[in-house]
Design a protein around this ligand. Structure first.
Ligand code: NAP
Length: 303
């Protein structure tokens, strides 16, 4: 039987609706509008399109949103000064600096400058430390891992006790996701293995997984014989493998492929996310959820 398709776009729309309602309530009850600033340095086309999508979503949800477009040659100090200004701005609850940054700017320094209270990407070491320790101190979760966890919860995938294999150990996906799923607690409590380029016999690890999560950035890496029959397969990969002409606009658009050979693996897996339309839409939605959360925390601190 072909796998159940986990439709990230639909789940993401559902969550956005919930955020919209909560945003209205916060406005009415506390006079607070969640505020997000997105900071873009230079004009890398992929970064421009990510930031545009984030701004569009923030606007749709009724947030106060600001877009800062900075020149490619802005100094590190110039960027730090701008972030410091938003750290103090009471209307802003989330600060997002679109990565990657130009080489003359130290990314770590920039991430460390963002107030941990407004770190809606959850890249700040303080927030990542809290995530590692787990428990009630966790405020933000990094957006892509949070989106993956939420997708599984809302698709009734049983995480507790499951054998989870995560392919990839990046700081934004693989590592935090492994930490989140291994915590002792609700919607976690899994046995997690993280595999990477130095792993021996990658496929045999993958084949053990009840939940296989792939964030490698290698198109079609995972083949059907790597997958346990009935497993849940979450494909995080977004790989541009070419271009096609859009029927709607007549303009070239990228052809996207995941890290999983979807057409073949869907006949083996029990549930699977497509690319596009799986994990992708969840990432922006979780950014909005973190911004709302930050605004709620602000309201609590300033009754
Ligand atoms: P990354 O920083 O390049 O990390 C890739 C990880 O995969 C590394 O740990 C690497 O191992 C491992 N890896 C690469 N090739 C492998 C192979 N052949 N076998 C085993 N492990 C391998 O990438 P990332 O930022 O985590 O992103 C991964 C993918 O997810 C990309 O396609 C990216 O576009 C996508 N992504 C999507 C979203 C979304 O919202 N949908 C968000 C973020 C990322 P080593 O550590 O040994 O090098």
């Amino acid at each position: 039987m072909p796998a159940r398709i986990i439709k990230g776009s639909e789940i993401s729309d559902q969550i956005k609706q919930e955020i919209k309602v909560e945003t209205q309530r916060l406005k009415q009850d506390c006079g607070i509008t969640p505020g997000l600033v997105t900071i873009l340095v230079g004009n890398n086309p992929a970064s421009v399109s990510y930031v545009t999508a984030k701004q569009k979503t923030a606007h749709e949800l009724g947030f106060y949103s600001v877009q800062e477009n900075l020149p490619q040659d802005i100094s590190e100090k110039g960027l730090i000064d701008l972030i410091d200004r938003y750290n103090l701005d009471q209307r802003i609850h989330g600060i997002l600096v679109q990565l990657p940054l130009p080489k003359h700017i130290d990314e770590h320094k920039i991430i460390n400058t963002i107030s941990p209270d407004k770190d809606v990407d959850c890249f700040h070491p303080l927030n990542l430390g809290k995530l590692l320790i787990g428990g009630d101190d966790v405020v933000f979760k990094p957006c892509t891992p949070a989106g993956i966890q939420e997708l599984m919860i809302r698709s009734d995938i049983n995480i507790s006790g499951a054998e989870v294999v995560v392919v990839g150990r990046s700081n934004i996906v693989g590592k935090p996701l492994a930490v989140m799923l291994m915590q002792k607690g609700k919607n976690a409590n899994a046995t997690v293995t993280v595999v990477h380029t130095a792993t021996k016999d990658l496929s045999s690890h993958c084949k053990r997984a009840d939940i296989l999560i792939v964030a490698a950035g290698v198109p079609n890496l995972v083949k059907p014989d790597w997958v346990k029959p009935g497993a849940c397969v979450i494909d995080v990969g977004v790989n541009r493998v070419g271009e096609r002409i859009s029927e709607k606009t007549g303009k070239p658009v990228p052809i996207l492929k995941g890290d999983v050979d979807f057409d073949a693996v869907k006949d083996i897996a029990g549930a699977i996310t497509p690319v596009p339309g799986g994990v992708g839409p969840m990432t922006i939605t979780m950014l909005m959820k973190n911004t709302l959360l930050s605004a709620l925390m602000h309201a609590k601190r300033n009754p």
